[in-house]
Design a protein around this ligand. Structure first.
Ligand SMILES: Nc1nc2c(ncn2[C@@H]2O[C@H](COP(=O)(O)OP(=O)(O)OP(=O)(O)O)[C@@H](O)[C@H]2O)c(=O)[nH]1
Ligand SMILES: [Mg+2]
Length: 333
């Protein structure tokens, strides 16, 4: 199963993909989430080392993207291979703004946004998104409410709007994840702990309505924190949130529940396909049987006709009819 993680710069994608396995391994949820290759474990260990030092990892560089491969399994159930994509927020910003409202272009990866049309990295990211089963959008509420710059807010609004309304992605499993939940506990509480309401309430009001928000098909909304944080005061006297020491995962319970649901749904779909295959297989056998019976019937009929024909030709001389007067006339001429 392929999961593509979208979100603007600093939304928390890298920390999230790194901490997920740690959360699963430390919580007693009957799940295992193991790196499936060396590259994945190398990436994870590298980022966790940084977090362990009470620091945040650097921003993913433009043009970089990582595919992390995992084996996900639940007690007593079949395992799943998960590939999780982590790309640079700046690239994703360009990609999302590029495909906004441009269905014709969006369908063709090579004709991506003006200015990025020749950008093969964006084209390949778009391909990877198209091939993914699950699309996640990590939203740091700061992107919507934090900026004083209206144009920046407008851009962030369109990033989310594009993720939710891009026609080619509507058939996919989509989830909006409010990241850094630890920062927005109060905001969430004032919206009845409902993530969707919270986001809708805080969409910038450039226009009088945000009707489109309720009209984007099935989307789930969850909140999570990747790491437990503590507040320290830096040298300038500004309070800073840092990974707490020793570093440990934040509240990812809703997210893990969601992933378990994704695995269940995928299993159910696979079972349906298997059952469909079995039914098609059964039908094929019936058709083959009918064709076989028809051919055997044909062969038997041919054999019967052959026998009859031989019998009748052998019998011809014995049934010589007496010559009539007319025959005598012909014989005479
Ligand atoms: N409070 C809090 N802050 C977080 C958490 N996760 C990430 N952050 C903050 O968000 C910043 C960006 O996190 P990244 O994971 O690097 O973000 P990204 O989406 O990968 O960003 P790009 O690589 O630039 O696209 C970090 O430097 C932290 O300051 C969290 O769970 N809680
Ligand atoms: Mg990153």
């Amino acid at each position: 199963m392929k999961i593509f993680v979208m979100g603007s710069e600093g939304a928390g994608k890298t920390v999230f993909v790194t901490m997920l396995s740690r959360y699963i391994s430390q919580s007693d949820c009957g799940l295992t989430f193991e790196p499936a290759d060396y590259e994945t474990s190398r990436y994870i260990v590298g980022v966790q080392q940084v977090l362990g030092n009470g620091e945040w990892p650097p921003s993913t560089l433009v043009g970089q993207s990582f595919v992390l491969r995992w084996n996900f399994s639940r007690r007593g159930k079949a395992g799943h291979e998960f590939a999780i994509y982590d790309a640079a927020g700046q690239d994703l910003r360009m990609l999302l703004l590029g495909v906004t409202g441009n269905e014709a272009h969006a369908a063709v990866a090579s004709s991506l946004p003006a200015g990025a049309g020749e950008n093969t990295h964006l084209a390949s990211l778009y391909d990877q998104i198209s091939q993914s089963d699950v699309l996640m959008y990590l939203l740091d509420m700061e992107a919507l409410i934090g900026s004083q710059d209206a144009q920046e807010q407008n851009e962030n609004y369109w990033l989310l709007k594009t993720f939710l309304s891009h026609p080619a992605w509507k058939t996919k499993e989509r989830v909006v994840l409010l990241s850094k939940k630890d920062k927005y506990e109060a905001l969430l509480q004032s919206n009845g702990n409902d993530v969707k309401t919270c986001i809708k309430e805080h969409l910038p009001r450039f226009y009088s309505t945000s009707h489109w928000f309720d009209d984007v098909g099935a989307v789930q909304y969850l909140a999570f924190s990747s790491v437990a944080v503590e507040t320290t005061i830096n040298q300038q006297g500004t309070p800073m949130r840092r990974p707490s020491k020793p570093f440990r995962p934040g509240d990812m319970s809703a997210l893990v529940q969601y992933l378990t649901g994704v695995a269940d749904r995928s299993e159910a779909t696979e079972e349906l396909i298997r059952r469909g295959d079995r039914e098609v297989g059964g039908l094929a056998w019936i058709v083959l049987f009918i064709i076989g019976a028809f051919l055997v019937g044909l062969a038997f009929r041919g054999l019967l006709l052959c026998c009859l024909f031989r019998q009748s030709t052998e019998a011809w001389p014995a049934v010589a009819t007496p010559l009539t007067g007319l025959d005598f006339m012909y014989q005479a001429t």
